[in-house]
Design a protein. Structure first.
Length: 112
């Protein structure tokens, strides 16, 4: 006799149903709908994206779910590379003499 907890039973049933749907070709990865909290984005941002039409959403009961593929595409398209900052600071070579090095650092501190 095998004893299974209700939580384990739910997971086993869910896996079996997903496996059967996948084998039948009825379940595709791009059709996965996830809760807003599972996106990893702030809920207000997700709601703005839904209103703008950037991602699709569906209300199931009280829970609003979004299309995982739409969220992934939006995140990948909105990656921004940081610009290289230009600097006025010029690296000066350190003097070999420790006294001169300390004097140069003091001058640099006073200059600001």
């Amino acid at each position: 006799m095998i004893v299974v907890s209700p939580e384990d039973l739910e997971r086993l049933i869910e896996r079996a149903v997903k496996k059967a749907l996948a084998e039948a070709g009825a379940l595709r990865a791009q059709d996965a709908w996830i809760p807003i909290k599972a996106t990893g984005l702030p809920p207000t941002t997700v709601r703005k994206l839904i209103k703008s039409g950037a991602i699709r959403a569906s209300k199931i009961g009280r829970e609003l779910r979004v299309n995982m593929d739409d969220v992934r595409k939006h995140v990948q398209s909105s990656i921004v590379e940081p610009k290289a900052e230009e600097s006025n600071v010029v690296a000066m070579p350190e003097p070999a003499d420790p006294f001169e090095a300390a004097r140069a650092r003091a001058r640099a501190r006073r200059a600001g």
